[in-house]
Design a protein around this ligand. Sequence first.
Ligand code: PMP
Length: 421
Amino acid sequence: MKNIELNQRRSLATPRGVGVMCDFYADRAENATLWDVEGRAYTDFAAGIAVLNTGHRHPRIMQAIAAQLERFTHTCYQVVPYQSYVSLAERINGLVPIKGLNKTALFTTGAEAVENAIKIARAHTGRAGVIAFSGAFHGRTLLGMALTGKVVPYKVGFGPFPSDIYHAPFPSASHGVTTEQALYALDNLFKSDIDPQRVAAIIVEPVQGEGGFQPAPADFMRGLRAICDKHGIVMIADEVQTGFGRTGKLFAMSHYDVEVDLITMAKSLAGGMPLSAVCGRAAIMDAPLPGGLGGTYAGNPLAVAAAHAVIDTIAEEQLCERAEALGAQLRQHLDGLRKQCPALAEVRGLGSMIAAEFRDPATGAPSADHAKRVQSRALEAGLVLLTCGTHGNVIRFLYPLTVPQAQFDAALAVLTQALAE
Ligand code: PMP
């Protein structure tokens, strides 16, 4: 089957709302390489949007899934439970940067984890309000969309949204918002829109993902923690994109000197299988009544088996250290290219969660065109890259942390070309 034929069939069979970036179709994949149906190889630095920190089809993860396939694929945990769910919860409880007694509930998608974290915070506080941030992304469900701080394309035509959701500015040097201004705006929100005593939760990405790989400043996180403590608000870190080694730590919250109350996770948790989780303080996690949390597929046994193998792999192959090393290399490489590419305005990020931001060198205005051009030149040369950012002017790097060094170096050479022209 040819790509061109599949594209024709796709446009007839699927709605345009399911936007598709590439015009070729996956046939098979191995670690950081993906082959299309016509046999062309691509280096995959998109990794299914941050899902494959352990690469495509890691042998250890494949083996774990295959072993589980031989036993059972589904019982619905809430009907007939299984040990692997409990032991995964135990492992996650011990791995998150939250001291004390933790509990974990498993779900299927990132949006579902976010929805459930909000449900848990509401049940615990008996309050309705939720505060999220401009530029945030929290999913495509109705509540996920409501929390997401970007209108086009996520919210257009889909309202009305659940009420009692508020957005405050996210501090970012590249957008000219300081921590003081962001915290002041939050204080203002409490004066003008919602009594802080009615706020159940503040949800924040430690590094905004879709919003442009913007790390939250340490003093901002400290400020949020103080506000949450003062008003009895549950602080939630959405680590769906930052989790499982991407930032050089298992969880990005380990870069900060404050703890949150709940953490949502998904994506690279299960190396390509659909699995998500909410983990946090036991007293908060236990607020919903029995039966209030769950889902038919929540904590699917195949995905749980994969997650166990992912956690083993990250530890054994020292992928957090690898994230630091590869990220430092990429950052240095990009910084070195700034002279020959004046539109490359900023290189930033944590560990291997690195962003290259493009601006018009004459006006300083965000340049989505530039980012798109670099992305399509790289793709022509066989390197799959993703963009992000509220203005779409950021290239983000999400390569498998298991990428062979030679393939990584070759991708850097492609980048040099893509940025030079
Ligand atoms: N939260 C964050 C921070 C995300 O990056 C994403 C996905 N990009 C989601 C939630 C939603 O995850 P999912 O697509 O699995 O529902």
